[in-house]
Design a protein. Sequence first.
Length: 252
Amino acid sequence: MFKFFRSRSSQPVIPDGLTVYAVGDIHGRDDLLRTLLEQIEAREEPPETRRYIFLGDYVDRGPDSRAVIDRLIALSRERSAVFLKGNHEAALLGFLDDARWGPQWAQFGGAETLQSYGVSAPLRDEPDVWEETRAQFREAFPDAHRRFCEALTLSEALGGYFFVHAGVRPGAPLNEQAEDDLLRIRNDFLDDDRPLERVVVHGHTPHETAYRDHRRLSLDTGAYITGRLTAARLESDSVEIIQAVSPGLDPS
């Protein structure tokens, strides 16, 4: 599915000679990620001008978190790509280091991630049970996947855009944002109307469709439950929305 927008002025812009694909929250939907990447790789611009920016939340909720990370690692070997950290990756890393993260993480999607690595979330919340689950997960979690998660960055500034997982704290300079806000902020950012230094491209809070106004571009369309994974193609001052859609859904 394709929708086209044109910015209302010469800003924001992407630097000449570069085409950016910003990808919203994947949440374990490797099937949609595969389809989306196939669509993008079939585009006509030279691959060397293409840069991917993934907005975080690669894991949890959907069924194939392990396959998603495998695919992103493989892509990073062939294409220019930036991988941002989401709050769900923060939770996964937290559990790897401390079993006390387990019960809360499992409730908001971690159970599906554990399953994708062949580990079952325990039915009881006793600390010793979760410690055993953590040990099993550490054993099943490949070193390459841990390196990938630990290398995730919090933000990326490019041209007139600022890419981040959740959003920013209004009133604070973009280069002085707190990590917790970049990973988890919602209403304080979404409901504010003050102009920002750059247009913020983000995920984290799902909309039925991609949303765009004068201060932000939101690309989380709830892929794990809606069957729609959304990306934005940014080139010069244009914005094009691209979706991968589960079979059987109306692509319009």
